[in-house]
Design a protein around this ligand. Structure first.
Ligand SMILES: NC(=O)c1ccc[n+]([C@@H]2O[C@H](COP(=O)([O-])OP(=O)(O)OC[C@H]3O[C@@H](n4cnc5c(N)ncnc54)[C@H](OP(=O)(O)O)[C@@H]3O)[C@@H](O)[C@H]2O)c1
Length: 425
């Protein structure tokens, strides 16, 4: 079967897709009876220098050449951004052309619109590469885990922040030092905000948790905190308690109560996610039937992402009746759903206090007043005017912790509430 394909974008990932299709053309044809014939490629600049394998004669810069071409069977969207991409993809889907996309920003924020356009046009919307690069996580949630009631997912779904935290932990370097060297090596974007502030992970968690919990989880409902304030001292102190730091995207469902959050977290060294180093990603799922399951692999990069894109292209080409999400994909989540912001957890807290008698008793009184009990306490040094004290709490409510810390900020002998890092098990 010959499939005429148009590509939107010919950047990093699209070049990987083009080259992998060339490389694996025969095997795809032999095994899947699919032959991709790339006829048009939309780019911004026709003059830009590109890989020599990309045929210049099929580059175009007017979307109408694709929208008005009825010979195109399938479109691969790798332009990124929401505008003008959303308009292009919506028009194609409505027209009946299936689209494969890796665009988590667009999918997470405009999924209901895109899915309704696809239903209207009887076309398919495929987005395996939007989360976890080459890790087959979307199909796992859409198909392989459908028999389960998913109770929790914990994921490392941003390679840049995992790389930064790994280097900070293993080499004792500061956030700023590692970010600078990652940018020099091309491992972090020149503008790293979306990665380091957790927004990229938040978009991906919106997609994953919607699939896991069978309900639209809007990006706006996700609590989000990045890694810019993480200090090497805390990573090292955490290590002494047997913890490793990760930027986690967490979704939990208990009945109609859902909590969704992205933030740095300490996890025990024995947790399977603690061994996910550098730019690798992993998704740890807990389902009532399957139990615990972990998917691990490369979450970005031209070749791993191409792996997911091309598998979507093959499936889209072979499918007559396309599949859509199994929940009501509407802008607002179901009224039944209760988004929790006062979740239960354990906490690592570092205070700087003046080294004088009675301070610890005052801190303990504030904790007790807010229903917080302590698992461990370590005072790091003595003999200075100001000393760090580290507390690990037992399970407590988030709001109680915040109220206790607010009260401590106004307490004389407590110089600073230096750090708060959530502990996940
Ligand atoms: N990079 C990764 O490892 C990775 C992993 C997973 C998912 N993704 C997603 O994959 C998508 C592509 O990422 P990328 O890293 O390949 O991006 P990229 O290298 O910046 O490439 C973007 C391409 O789109 C073209 N383009 C952008 N805006 C356009 C417009 N308005 N009209 C026409 N063409 C336009 C650019 O044209 P010019 O070449 O002329 O500038 C370029 O070819 C994004 O949604 C990203 O989030 C990326």
């Amino acid at each position: 079967m010959k499939v005429n394909v148009a590509m939107l974008g010919m950047g990093n990932v699209a070049t990987g897709v083009y080259k992998t299709i060339l490389k694996n053309k025969e095997i795809i044809k032999h095994r899947d009876d699919v032959e991709f014939n790339i006829t048009k490629i939309l780019v911004r600049s026709l003059d830009k220098e590109r890989d020599t394998l990309i045929p210049q004669e099929i580059l175009i810069n007017d979307i109408n050449d694709i929208l008005n071409d009825d010979s195109i069977d399938l479109v691969v969207e790798l332009m990124g951004n929401v505008e003008p991409t959303l308009d292009y993809v919506s028009s194609l889907l409505k027209k009946g052309v299936s689209v494969v996309s890796a665009n988590k920003d667009m999918i997470s924020q405009h999924w209901p619109k895109l899915e309704s356009c696809a239903k209207e046009g009887n076309s398919g919307l495929y987005y395996e590469a939007s989360v976890g690069g080459g890790i087959p996580v979307i199909k796992t949630f859409l198909d392989s885990l459908q028999s389960n009631n998913i109770e929790k997912l914990s994921a490392i779904i941003n390679g840049t922040t995992n790389y930064i935290l790994t280097k900070m932990s293993e080499e004792g370097l500061s956030f700023e030092e590692v970010l600078k060297s990652a940018q020099e090596k091309g491992l972090a974007e020149p503008d790293p905000i979306s990665d380091v502030e957790g927004h990229d992970a938040k978009y991906k968690l919106s997609i994953l948790s919607s699939l896991a919990f069978h309900s639209k989880i809007p990006v706006s409902k996700i609590y989000c905190e990045g890694i810019t304030d993480i200090k090497v001292d805390d990573i090292m102190y955490g290590n002494e308690f047997g913890y490793i730091i990760k930027l986690l995207a967490i979704g939990k469902r208990s009945g109609d109560d859902i909590e969704v959050r992205v933030h740095p977290a300490f996890i025990p060294e024995r947790h399977p996610l603690s061994s996910v180093r550098d730019a690798y990603n992993a998704i740890f799922v807990e389902g009532d039937a399957v139990g615990k399951l972990m998917l691990y692999g490369r979450g970005a990069g031209a070749s791993p992402t191409a792996s997911a894109i091309i598998s979507d292209m093959i499936i889209a080409s072979q499918t007559v009746s396309h599949k859509y999400t199994t929940f009501r994909n509407i802008d607002k989540p179901s009224k039944q759903i209760n988004f929790m912001d006062n979740w239960l957890g354990e906490y690592y807290i570092r205070l700087t206090v003046t080294d004088q008698p009675g301070v610890l008793a005052r801190v303990a009184t504030i904790f007790a007043k807010h229903n917080i009990s302590l698992e461990s306490l370590v005072q790091k040094s003595k003999g200075q005017d100001e000393v760090p004290i580290i507390f690990i709490t037992h399970t407590a409510h988030e709001k109680d912790i915040m109220n206790a810390l607010d009260e401590m900020k106004d307490t004389n002998a407590i110089v600073d509430v230096a750090s708060l890092i959530r502990v996940e098990r």
